[in-house]
Ligand binder design. Sequence first.
Ligand code: ATP
Ligand code: MG
Length: 752
Amino acid sequence: MDISRIIVPLNKAQRQAVCSEAQNNLVLAGAGSGKTWVLVHRIAWLVQVENVSPYSILAVTFTNKAAGEMRFRIENLLKTPVRNMWVGTFHGLAHRLLRAHWQDADLVENFQIIDSDDQLRLIKRIMKELGIDDKQNPPREVQWFINESKDNGLRCEHINVRELHNREYMLEVYQQYEALCQRTGLVDFAELLLRAHELWLKQPHLLKHYQQRFSHILVDEFQDTNTIQYAWLKVLSGNNLPDTHLNTFVVGDDDQSIYGWRGAKIEHIREFEQDFKAGSCETIRLEQNYRSTGNILEVANAVIANNTERLGKELWTEDGEGELLQVYQAFNEIDEAAYVASQIEKWVEKGGKRSEIAILYRSNTQSQPHEYELVKRAIPYRVYGGLRFYERAEIKDALAYLRLVANRQDDAALERIINVPTRGIGQRTIEMIRTEAVAREQHLWQTAVDMIADRQLTARAAGSVQKFLDLIDEMSAVVNDDSMSLSEQVVHIVKASRLKEFHGKENSERAQAKVENLEELVNAAKRFDDEGDPLLEAVKDSLELSQISDVSEEAGSISPLAEFLAHAALEAGEGQADEWEDCVQLMSLHSAKGLEFELVFLCGMEQGLFPHKNALQDFTGGRLEEERRLCYVGITRARQQLHLTHAENRTIYGRSELAYPSQFLAEIPASLISQVRAVNQSPSFTAARNNYSSSQGDENEEGISIGQRVTHKKFGEGTVIDIEGMGARARVQVNFDYEGTRWLMLNIAKLV
Ligand code: ATP
Ligand code: MG
C-alpha cells in the first residue's frame, strides 16, 4: 500500500494530526494553515491505513459547496469513490436523519422545509390571529426569539415566562407557531437541528444504531457550531460514556468565528478538551501558513491582534513578503467598482484567470455597482449569495406549487400561491379562510374545501377558490404518474401554473430574467434527475450495507420530488451560474469562509458599513470583535494580492452620504500599505460637498469645519459632517466612530 501520497505532502504538525492515535483531537489553527487539508488527509489515512470503512465515517462541514469539495478531494486522494461515506452540513445531515426516521421523529412523511421568509409569514399570521400589534412588536423580533430558543435547545415548555418580562406574548406566538408547523408538516432550519438532537434523546435504539455505525466523526469550521449542533455531536459521540469507541476530530480557528449572531459559540473550542477527555484528547496547533504572502499575513496578524478574546496564535510563512497591500480611496461606489474592474482587467491581461479573483463585501447589496461595472466591461462574473436562485420570488412560487402538490397541508405554500398568478381571490377571502382554519383547527386546504361545501364563501369567491383547488388536484394527478421524471414534473407544473406568463408579462429585462429563472429551475431538476443528491445516495448505499436489522433506514422511500424540494430549501445560499465558466467571484465575507483566491478585493472598508453600524452600537464590544474576525477572514482569503477599497461618499438607501474609512484600516501598519487615491473629482462627490457648504460655509466662526476630526468627552472621536447656525445657536453634526451621528450645540459640546 502506498501511503506516501497521504503523508509526504504534510508538515510535521500536520502529520502528527493526521496520524494521531488519540481518540479525540482538536486542531486549533489559523487561516490557511491546512486545517481542511489535514481533515481530508486524515480521512484518507483512516480508510487506507487504518482500514476504516468509509461507511463508518461522518464528516461535517459548513456549506454544501464545501461538502462537495471535501468529497472530491478525498476521492482524489484515495483514487476511488466513497459514496457511502456521510459528508454534509449539520443541516443536511439532520434533514437526512429526519427523512429516514420521520415516524420516530414524530413528523409526517412528506414534511417540508420552510425558509425564513415562509417562517416570518407564518409568524405574522399567528400574531394577527392573536391580536398582537405588529407595529409595536415587530414580527422579526419574535422570529429571532423563536430561532434563538431552538438554537439553544429550548422548546416552549423550557422557557420561563417571567424571564421574558413584558414580552410574554412571544412565548404564546412560539407555542402557536410550533403547533401550526406540527399540524401542517413544516420544519424550519432551526427545527431540523433541534429535532435531530431530540431524536437521539427520545429514541435510544436509533442513537445506538448510529453510534455503532460510525467510528469516526470529523468536523471542519468547528468554531462556528452552535449550542444544539454541539449537543448533537456530544450525544452521538457518546462522550459521556466510559466505553465509547467513537473518535472525534475537529478543526477550527477561534479567530474565524463569525456566526455568533446566529448562536455559534467560540467557547465550544475551549469546552471540547474538557467534554471529550474520556479516552484521550489531544490538541494540535498549526501555525505555518501555505496560502498567503508574508505581507498579507502581517496585515492579518496586525488586525486580529486588536481583539482581546483570543486563544492566541500567529501565522507565518516560508514564502516571500510579496507585494504591499493596496488601499484605494474612491470618491464613491461607482469609482470604487471602476477601480476594481480595471485591476481585474490588468490581471487578466497578464494571463491571470478570472476564477482566481474574488470581490468580497460586508453586505450583499454592495454587489450592485460591481455588477454594473463588470457587465459594462463584459467581464464574466458570478454572484454567490444575495438573492440566491432558490430564494427568488418566481422560483419560490414554482416551488410552492410543487410543495402543495406534494403535501396539501403545507399552509405556507398555499398562502403563497393561492392568488399567484392572480385568479380573483382577494385578501378578504384569504382572511376568512384563515380565521375559519383556526376555529376548525385544521389546515387551510381542508378548510377551503369545507367552506365551499358549507357555502360559507360568496359564490364568486367560492368559484375562484374551487378553481385553484382543482388546479392543484389536476397537477397532482398528472405528476403522480410513476413514469414521470422529476424534471418532467417540474415542466408540467411550471406550465400548468402559468407562472411564466404571469412573471413575463411585463416587457422588461427583469421579467425576462424571471422567465429564464423558471427555465433554469427545470434545468436544476434535470441535473437532479441525472445526479441525485450525493448524501441521499450515501444513505441508500448504507441501507444495503446495514448489518443491523432492528433499525430500518427508510431513505429509499423518499420521492424524488420531496427530495428535490428539500435540496432546494437547503441549497438556497449557494451559487447559481455556470461553474465551468472562467468568471470573477462576488460574495459576502461570510460566504467566503474556507475559500482562497489569488487576488482579493475587500470593498466598502468604511465605518458603519464594515464594521457594521449595529456592531458599533454594541457597548460590550463583542460584536465589534466579531466584525474584526470577519475582516481577518477576508484578508486571509488572499494568496498573492490584496486590495482594500473605501469610498468617501456612498449612496445608502438612495441618498448620497459622506463615508469614513473603516477603523480596521487604521489598525494596519502604514509600512505594509501602498495607498492609491482617485485622481478625478467625481461630479456626485463635488455636488455633495457643495450641498454641505452652500448654506453655512465650510468653516464657522469657532474654526470648526466639515471633515474635521474632533473629540467629545462622552462620545469620543468623530468627524464633523455638517454645521448649522451661528454664535450661541451654532450646531454641528458629528459622526462619532462608536456612537453614530449626533447633532450637538457647539457652545455646550466643548469639542476639542
Ligand atoms: P481556512 O482557515 O481558511 O479554512 P485552512 O486552515 O483550512 O484555512 P487549507 O484550506 O486546508 O487551510 O489550506 C490552505 C492552502 O494551503 C491550501 O491551498 C492547501 O492546499 C495548502 N496547504 C496546506 N498544507 C500544505 C502543505 N503541507 N504543503 C503544501 N500546501 C499545503
Ligand atoms: Mg478550511
